[in-house]
Design a protein around this ligand. Structure first.
Ligand code: SAM
Length: 221
């Protein structure tokens, strides 16, 4: 297995190549203007900004991350589209001033010690009948030149492989689940993303980035 992933994250590049799984997920649940949402583990805020664009001025987005460093930057970007509150909080202790329509996380559970606990907090943060959506990778199912990828530093680089069960165990009702992986060969966004993440230019080798498992679930009404 190749250990190619540096652990440093270029959010903007990731957003380019993983934009399709994100928009598939948001379309699937019918996210619309006026919704209230929380993006847990918001990081650089790509998901928060996408949510803000879709919920608009009548909607509200809570961008939550344990690391406060980019908080104000995220808030400024997303606030161009919706009401945004950036909170420094651990997902394990998620506490919001209101129940929201949607709790979302992406590339978060792979970094936490107790993913079920985070999912339970997310389930508790949504209104009865509200939505929880999680997107997490199966890193070792990614390939470069046919060889598996790996990610040093993640607590569970393959958490996506068990994501539907984790969501079910958090007391949520599974509505849909699937996996999507950006792939390419030669110069382009997929090769550029891999190079930015690992420092390795895959050249002409075929690349399949880690599939992202999406789970769409609801809190029982
Ligand atoms: C890989 S980034 C993902 C960022 C963003 N969700 C995305 O998809 O672009 C993971 C983020 O989760 C945050 N994080 C890690 N552990 C966390 C926790 N227990 N609670 C909340 N955020 C956490 C990190 O600070 C980091 O910003």
């Amino acid at each position: 297995m190749l250990a190619l992933w540096s652990g440093a994250v270029e959010i903007e590049l990731r957003d380019d190549v993983y934009r399709r799984p994100l928009s598939t997920a948001l379309d699937r649940l019918g996210l619309a203007e006026g919704w209230t949402c929380v993006d847990v583990g918001a990081g650089g805020g790509d998901v928060s900004v996408a949510l803000a664009q879709m919920v608009g001025r009548d909607g509200r987005v809570y961008a939550v991350d344990v690391d406060p460093r980019r908080r104000d930057e995220i808030a400024a970007l997303a606030a161009a589209h919706a009401q945004v509150l950036a909170l420094s909080q651990a997902g394990e202790e998620l506490t919001l001033p209101e129940q929201v329509d949607l709790a979302f996380c992406r590339f978060l559970l792979m970094h936490v010690a107790e993913p079920r606990r985070v999912l339970r907090r997310m389930a508790g943060a949504v209104r009865p009948g509200g939505w929880v959506v999680a997107q997490e990778p199966v890193t070792t199912a990614g390939r470069i030149g046919g060889r598996p990828l790996s990610m040093d530093g993640a607590r569970d680089q393959d958490v996506g492989a068990v994501l539907p069960a984790l969501v079910r165990d958090a007391g949520l009702v599974l509505v849909d689940a699937w996996a999507e992986a950006p792939a390419g060969a030669g110069p382009g966004p997929v090769a550029g993303y891999l190079e930015a993440m690992t420092g390795v230019d895959p050249g002409d080798e075929p690349v399949v980035l880690p599939p992202l498992v999406t789970v769409v679930a609801r809190r029982p009404a």
